[in-house]
Design a protein around this ligand. Structure first.
Ligand code: PA5
Length: 439
C-alpha cells in the first residue's frame, strides 16, 4: 500500500476490524506531532509548547533536587527509556553538580506496590526549607485520562505528603506540582483547583503509548537536562526517511516486512529485542508495551520480549538457542564506541587465568559475545536481524521511537488490526474498581 495512504487514511485500518458504527479510537496524531511541535517552537520560541516545557523543566530544576514522576504504561515508559538511555547509568546517585544541577528522577504511580511507595516516602524530606535545594522535591503527574487508579492513588498520597512538608509555604504547591493530562477529566479538575502554574496537554488524537514525543516524554526529558529539540528532530528525520526511502533501504518498511514474514511463514510469533548492555532495556520495555497493546488483539499479534545481553544469555539464552523455533531475534547494536573502554588488566593474582586477556577491553568482550551468539544462532538456522544505531543520543532516540511507532501502525494495517485503543486492558480495571467499591 502507498505509504501516504497507510498513515493518512486512518479509517482504513479500522474498516477490516470493526463496523463503522463501532467508534474505536484512531489516534494517528502521533505521526506529525514532531514536525508540528518543531514548527511551533520555531515560530513562537519561549511561548511555544516546547519553549514552555523547557522553561518549566528549568524552573523545577532550579528549586528541587528530586522530581517524582507519576504515570503508568504510555504515561511512564518513554520517560524511563530516556533516563536509562541518555543519562548517566547512576544518574540519581551522582552529586547534584555532576547531574548538571538537574533533579533526581524517581518513578512511582506505575504499579500498586506499597513497599516501593513507602521506600520512596522514606527518601523524601518531611520538611522543606526554602534555602536548601537538597531538601526540596516536586511532582510531575502524567495521565492522559486523568483517572487511572494507580497514578491517582499515588498522586493523592504524595500530594498530601508534599503539602505537609511545605508547612506554612503550602502556597508553593502550585509551583511544585506539574500535571500532564487531557484538556478535561479528574486530574485536569484537580490541577485547576490546586492552581497549578502549568498544565501540559496530551494532544487529542495521540494515544498513550504513542505519546512519548508529546509533553508526556518531553517534560521528563527536559527535567533530566536532555535536548528535546534533538529528540523531535530525530523523529521528524525518521518521518522523512519513511516517506522517501524505497523498500530495502527503508528501516520502517524493512523491519515490519521481516517481522511480518517471519511470523507468517516461519511461525515466529515471539519477537525478541536483544539489547547489548543495559542502556536500552527500558526502550525495549517501552516497545513491549507498544506492540502488545497495539496488535495483541483478535487472538492475534506477536509476543514481544526484551532481553539484555549478555546478562540474559545466562537465563533465557538456553531457550533461545535450543527451545521452540518460534522466535525472531532482533539485535540492537550501537556502532559508536565508548570514550572510556576499560581493559581487563593484569594482576599478580592470575588464578582466574585472565592475564592472557589483559589487553582486551570490556567493549571487545561484548563484541565477541555478540558475534559468538549470532554465529551460534546462524549455525542452528535460528533467524536474527540487526538494527544498527550510530550512537545513543537524543536524536537517535527520537528516530527509534518514531520508527517503532510507525512500524507498529504499518503492521496493523498489514494484518487488519486497528493498532489504537486497548480494550483488553479495561477488563481488569472494571473488575478492580467494582471489587474496591463493593459493587
Ligand atoms: O497506551 C495507552 O493508552 C495506555 O498504556 C496508557 O498509557 C496507560 O493505561 C495510562 O493511561 P493514562 O495516561 O490515561 O493514565
Amino acid at each position: 500500500a502507498a505509504r501516504s495512504e497507510v498513515l493518512a487514511d486512518a479509517q482504513l485500518w479500522a474498516d477490516g476490524v470493526t463496523p463503522p458504527s463501532n467508534k474505536e479510537p484512531l489516534d494517528a496524531g502521533f505521526h506529525h506531532l514532531p514536525e508540528r511541535l518543531l514548527a511551533d517552537y520555531q515560530s513562537n520560541g519561549s511561548e511555544s509548547e516546547v519553549g514552555r516545557i523547557i522553561a518549566t523543566a528549568n524552573r523545577l530544576a532550579a528549586v528541587v533536587d528530586r522530581v517524582v514522576l507519576l504515570g503508568i504504561g504510555g504515561s511512564y515508559m518513554g520517560a524511563r527509556a530516556l533516563l536509562e538511555s541518555c543519562c548517566h547509568p547512576y544518574y540519581n546517585e551522582l552529586p547534584r553538580q555532576l547531574r548538571d544541577n538537574r533533579p533526581r528522577v524517581s518513578f512511582e504511580g506505575n504499579n500498586v506496590d506499597n513497599d516501593s511507595l513507602q521506600g520512596l516516602c522514606d527518601l523524601l524530606p518531611s520538611a522543606m526549607s526554602n534555602s536548601d535545594v537538597a531538601d526540596r522535591w516536586g511532582i510531575v503527574v502524567i495521565s492522559k485520562s486523568g483517572g487511572t487508579l494507580e497514578t491517582a492513588a499515588a498522586f493523592r498520597i504524595l500530594l498530601n505528603r508534599l503539602q505537609k512538608s511545605l508547612g506554612a509555604n503550602h502556597t508553593q504547591l502550585a509551583e511544585l506540582v506539574v500535571p500532564v493530562t487531557g484538556t478535561s477529566g479528574k486530574l485536569f479538575d484537580l490541577a485547576t483547583e490546586l492552581g497549578c502554574r502549568e498544565i501540559f496537554p496530551v494532544p487529542d488524537g495521540v494515544g498513550g503509548r504513542f505519546s512519548v514525543l508529546s509533553a508526556v516524554g518531553l517534560l521528563p526529558a527536559a527535567i533530566m537536562g536532555l535536548d528535546i529539540v534533538q529528540l523531535l528532530e530525530g523523529a521528524a528525520a525518521m518521518n522523512d526517511h519513511f516517506r522517501s526511502e524505497q523498500v530495502g533501504k527503508n528501516v520502517v518498511l524493512d523491519y515490519t516486512g521481516i517481522c511480518h514474514l517471519m511470523e507468517k511463514q516461519r511461525g515466529c510469533d515471539i519477537r525478541l529485542l536483544s539489547t547489548w548492555g543495559k542502556r536500552l532495556e527500558a526502550l525495549g520495555l517501552w516497545y513491549d508495551q507498544l506492540l502488545s497493546e497495539s496488535l495483541g488483539k483478535r487472538e492475534r499479534g506477536a509476543m514481544p520480549l526484551t532481553v539484555v545481553n549478555t546478562r540474559d544469555l545466562h537465563s533465557r539464552g538456553q531457550q533461545h538457542q535450543e527451545g521452540k523455533r518460534d522466535k525472531l531475534i532482533t539485535n540492537i547494536i550501537v556502532d559508536e564506541g565508548t570514550p572510556t573502554p576499560i581493559p581487563i588488566g593484569t594482576s599478580e593474582f592470575n588464578q582466574d587465568g585472565l592475564n592472557e586477556l589483559a589487553e582486551k577491553t570490556i567493549p571487545e568482550v561484548l563484541a565477541a559475545a555478540t558475534q559468538g551468539t549470532n554465529k551460534a544462532y546462524r549455525d542452528d538456522n535460528r533467524p536474527t536481524a540487526d538494527l544498527r544505531l550510530p550512537a545513543i543520543n537524543e536524536f537517535v532516540m527520537g528516530q527509534l521511537f518514531q520508527m517503532f511507532m510507525l512500524a507498529t501502525v504499518v503492521e496493523g494495517r498489514l494484518v487488519g488490526t486497528n493498532p489504537y485503543g486497548q480494550p483488553g486492558v479495561e477488563a481488569y480495571k472494571k473488575n478492580m474498581n467494582a471489587i474496591l467499591r463493593g459493587m
